[in-house]
Design a protein around this ligand. Structure first.
Ligand SMILES: C[S@@+](CC[C@H](N)C(=O)[O-])C[C@H]1O[C@@H](n2cnc3c(N)ncnc32)[C@H](O)[C@@H]1O
Length: 311
């Protein structure tokens, strides 16, 4: 059904944007809370101290309408930890948002989670953040977090579990072992990675040597059949973000931050760090907009796993 809806919508969206020059987002990222059960070394969202901002169901609903009306058909719920989000008065949790998004007409829903709680979100796609094998993941995210994430992955029967790694100057040596883990794990489908983005501090930024090393490894692994989400062309472009920044099409994703700020593209632009872009998606969105076949295939394959029951 999702693909059927898209067959009509995407060519229409593409025509409006490419030919008529409109800037309509296709994907929206909504930060629903900054409440989190972890304090990760690299996190650009959750700060030390108690969480202060959690949206109500009505607020998220209004933001979803805004994104849908702007043209968006993919929605990602981000936090904080999305599994902790509740609107007690409305009796709502993350699955309420997912169900409402589908009812509203979004084609696909995504949740990014640290997997410290049972993974109960019934979005079409789940990104699980793993930042290395046990020692490095725990170094970045806290003692015991790797073991707990792996237990919750084992216990979850969602059909579309994928892994996202943020590569930093501390954990980069775990990139290849983590790719092997994802490749061999029966419950995990794809691995995506990005480089640490220096929104506030630079201590975890990778050097250009490390950046190139990881990209070389990713290209080799992908050629060897490892399930890397990034396209080969996108990976090559990621070596030097300045190669795609002047042509970037980052408006394809809009963002609504936890304080309600609406951004027409990622916070990297507002922070003035596009030239250091570590998000594979920056390059991939440019490729998508030029209808690069590898990117279109990658996008369709990660979104197209069978829907979990109940969605
Ligand atoms: C902010 S977290 C929220 C969702 C959930 N709590 C989790 O840990 O996956 C979403 C994703 O952003 C990534 N992230 C956080 N800070 C980042 C940074 N400075 N650069 C790149 N990615 C970052 C996290 O590693 C995670 O994969």
């Amino acid at each position: 059904m999702t693909m059927m809806k898209g067959m009509f919508y995407y060519p229409w969206w593409f025509f409006q944007c490419k030919v008529l020059g409109r800037r309509k987002p296709l994907q929206s990222v909504i930060f629903i809370t900054d409440l989190c059960n972890l304090r990760c070394r690299h996190c650009c969202i959750v700060k030390e101290g108690p969480a202060v901002l959690t949206k109500t169901l009505d607020e998220v609903r209004e933001e979803m309408h805004y994104c849908y009306d702007a043209g968006s058909r993919f929605i990602d719920f981000e936090g904080g930890e999305p599994h902790l989000w509740r609107d007690k008065e409305a009796g709502a949790d993350i699955n309420t948002l997912i169900d409402e998004a589908h009812a509203m007409g979004f084609h696909s829903t995504t949740v990014t989670t640290n997997a410290q709680l049972p993974i109960t979100a019934r979005s079409n796609l789940i990104w699980i953040s793993l930042d290395g094998l046990e020692e490095m993941h725990d170094d970045q995210r806290g003692a015991g977090t790797f073991a707990r994430a792996m237990e919750n992955i084992e216990a979850c029967d969602h059909a579309n579990l994928n892994v996202n790694m943020v590569v930093t100057s501390r954990n980069y040596r775990d990139f290849e072992p983590l790719a092997r883990l994802v490749h061999e794990h029966p419950r995990l489908r794809k691995l995506s990675f990005s480089f640490y983005m220096p929104y506030e501090t630079r201590d975890l930024v990778v050097s250009s040597e490390v950046r190139n090393l990881i990209i070389d490894q990713a290209i080799e692994l992908k050629k060897a059949g490892y399930p890397l989400m990034n396209s080969l062309t996108g990976l090559k472009m990621l070596r030097d973000p300045r190669s795609f920044v002047p042509k970037k099409q980052c408006w394809i994703s809009n963002f609504i931050m936890v304080d309600g700020t609406r951004l027409a593209c990622c916070q990297g632009e507002a922070a003035g760090i596009c030239d250091e872009c570590g998000f594979g998606m920056g390059a991939e969105m440019m490729l998508l907009f030029s209808l690069h076949p590898e990117m279109v295939r990658a996008g369709l394959s990660v979104r197209s796993a069978k829907k979990p029951a109940g969605v």
